[in-house]
Design a protein around this ligand. Sequence first.
Ligand SMILES: *[C@@H]1O[C@H](CO)[C@@H](O)[C@H](O)[C@H]1NC(C)=O
Ligand SMILES: *[C@@H]1O[C@H](CO)[C@@H](O)[C@H](O)[C@H]1NC(C)=O
Ligand SMILES: *[C@@H]1O[C@H](CO)[C@@H](O)[C@H](O)[C@H]1NC(C)=O
Ligand SMILES: *[C@@H]1O[C@H](CO)[C@@H](O)[C@H](O)[C@H]1NC(C)=O
Length: 872
Amino acid sequence: MAFKGNITLPKIPESNMALSVLGVFLGLLLEVSTHGPSSVPRSSWRHDDVDLLEFWEPDVFNYTTLLLSEERGVLYVGAREAVYELNMSNVSIKSNQLLWKVPESDMSMCILKGKSKETDCRNYIRVLQVLDEDSLYVCGTHAFQPLCDYLSLQGFRLQDRAEDGRGKCSFDPAQSFTTVMVDGELYSGTAYNFLGSEPIISRSSLSQSLLRTEYSTSWLNEPSFVFADVIREGQNSPDGDDDKIYYFFTEVSVEYEFFGKLLIPRIARVCKGDLGGQRTLQKKWTSFLKAKLVCSMPELNFVFNVVHDVFILKAPHWRDTIIYGVFTSQWGNVGLSAVCAYNMSSVHEVFSKGKFMQKATVEQSHTKWVRFNGITPSPRPGACINSLNRMQNINSSLQLPDKTLQFVKDHPLLEDPVLPIGNGPRLITKDVNYTQIAVQRVQALDGNIYDVIFTGTDKGLLHKSLVLEGEVHTVEEIQLLKNAEPIKTLLLSSQVARFLYAGSDSGVVQSPTAFCEKYLSCVDCVLARDPYCAWDRRSASCVNIFQHDADPRKLFQSLKGDAGICPPVSRLTVGDSQQVLVKPGASADLPCPVRSNLAQVLWKLNGRVLTEASRFLLLSENGLLIYSVMPEDAGRYECWSVEASAGKNFTRLVAAYMLRLELPESVPSIAAQRPSSAASTVTPAEGNDGNGSGLTPARTDAPSLTTPPSSAIKPKSYIPLEVSNLPARTETLDPSAKYIQHNSSVALLSLFLLFFLLFLAALVYNCYMQYLPAPCLRLRSALLGSNKKPQPEYAACEAGLMDPVQEKTDQNGAHPLRTLRDTGYETEPECGNGGVPSGSDEDADDSPVKERPFDVDCTSQPIEYADADAPF
Ligand SMILES: *[C@@H]1O[C@H](CO)[C@@H](O)[C@H](O)[C@H]1NC(C)=O
Ligand SMILES: *[C@@H]1O[C@H](CO)[C@@H](O)[C@H](O)[C@H]1NC(C)=O
Ligand SMILES: *[C@@H]1O[C@H](CO)[C@@H](O)[C@H](O)[C@H]1NC(C)=O
Ligand SMILES: *[C@@H]1O[C@H](CO)[C@@H](O)[C@H](O)[C@H]1NC(C)=O
């Protein structure tokens, strides 16, 4: 405690953080969610919309460790009790596999210690690192006894050189964990004991014993490890500095006083050449320092204090390296995620020049962390050995003076925080929890460099965003995983075939980094503002500029989204609408395939904008549904999309329909009635933009007499003018065919329903009037005849339903409620599941059940139903 005299007491700036956190509860939240820079993905692709390659094996789960080896063209996957080698260009092709199970004896030990046989006591592969040309280093949790081994790539077998995995791999598969292999040495952030209570940042290698952190809450306090990676100093570093390994984690703060545990995101680093101290800090890091990683909106006092993942975008020189992190707030229900970016230069600045913090005893037992204002020993505690030290005859950490070592042992925390570039988040998204991040730097056609940010969510979605002149644009949202489960690992390939790999509990997915071919027109391609995509006039298609060797001067791309650069296209003309024939009273549904979430959709009828009337309903995909078509609904329907971009409005006609009523008398002779309409509808509908496949005119269903049968049978599939060189899509739909079928089947169904309801009503009435006394109940029990005990709610329901019959005899005018219940029973949509035991009739009714409150759930529906029937 040599430094005690130098403490400055409580002028503590750090209470800001606690205050900020309180701010959350003081209603600032509302402000954040309404004023924060947030962005909506322009396009959304469902899992089935896009071609994704997947890999999973039956009964194998937790595909959460991914390792890409681009030289070999393979992706290694560590799952539960298995390691796979997959083809990097197509992950559904498995070239090798290794099963690594836990022996029975270890399993029973694990169970004895109170862990679950089905989940905990298995071998979760968590470390998968390239060791050398022909082997990987693999570690698994191995039933809470972490074990590592060497996997020889020749034959894909373990070499049976098992090593203790303590300090390299976690015991608990559910515990946070990170690892990185640097020059044959394994750096981990994990827990060192069975209970998971002793956190450790360690280095293990063949030649030296484990180097680790001090077991102290000022070094690590319940950390949640997220990421670790090496930042190389470079060969000709002027000051001969060492390479550094950076760790990222969230831990419980020691420096803030807060009710409960306040979490703090951290960046920590150690030097690669660290050998520990001679006397002090023996076999411990002499270079371990950590700082606060800030991701907040200072103007709103809002703090994102949990880091979930980090991606380091490396540059040739470390000073140009950018660190990207995804953050949420500790209070998960806030529903905001943020991405912050950090400049490696400023990180370096903090670690090499930042002030230290010091633990001080304020009152008797109360300790506080305050800034250390004394003179720090020399060499600077926690610094790597550089040329200057070597000149002073300090060639390794073993030769560092005790004073320096003692200081770093007591002061691992720096006061100065690492601030994000621009002092705030790059990107904020509402209502998602980001779990993973990957960033790719690309050069667009305008010559500028863009960092494309890929973020994975806890619901299996992927967002692709970029920051453009201070504004965030989210290009697309892709449903990577079939089920709404978290994306646990995200990996990008750097080579020409650009792919993204995602690992989850249920499998591995491979996705392209762009879906340019999804944009069918130049306007759509440019409005997407995707740096990977450009419109190629020659092939009239939206192409990926990194996989396509077209002359860049013939490509159209504007990351500002100025679609005015597109070559002019022929517009939809009056004759181009698609004919829709509807019977009066039937409904029509007119699709409008607008794929942009940023576009507004307008429907026009005969040139006038449709306002929402009761009979018109906008469907989820921008389609229009018209209930019960009346003669005045006939006319020309147009679907327009209006998208604002680059300060302009881009208005496009997406679909057009000519709605006609089919007159009742012409029903028997459709063919005779057709020619007039068919003749006018042969021209395929065209949209500048639209998904062509949705607009094919239907002619197969209604062959007209005037057109030759051959041409009538073969529909001319719609290809937009601009993409006429593209092969026609195979899954071409025939929407108008759908309407016609739909309409006739709807008519049939309605008729059937009507009769059925009439029949039911008659049955109910007769049963009620006791024209069909017991048989109606018996018939029912005979029909359903199950002896299953009805569920409680149903039992109540049934009991209630039976007593009207009895009461009917007593008091002739049963009160309305009872009557309704009776009706409900006979129409039985809700209560029909529990069969009535065959012996049950009026006598089976027992009063306690009758006393039960009326169960609304199972009878309210039938009441409505009965009411709806009334007109018939
Ligand atoms: C492993 O996968 C299963 C199945 O999806 C999941 O329930 C479990 O939580 C996962 N375990 C870990 C440790 O991730
Ligand atoms: C990072 O910081 C360095 C030095 O302060 C500066 O030259 C560089 O432009 C910064 N990079 C970014 C992306 O802000
Ligand atoms: C985000 O995660 C938190 C905690 O896990 C959860 O309560 C919240 O509903 C999630 N929000 C969204 C939008 O998924
Ligand atoms: C674009 O349209 C919106 C309404 O849809 C209008 O408010 C805005 O002024 C228009 N912008 C331009 C540049 O025409």
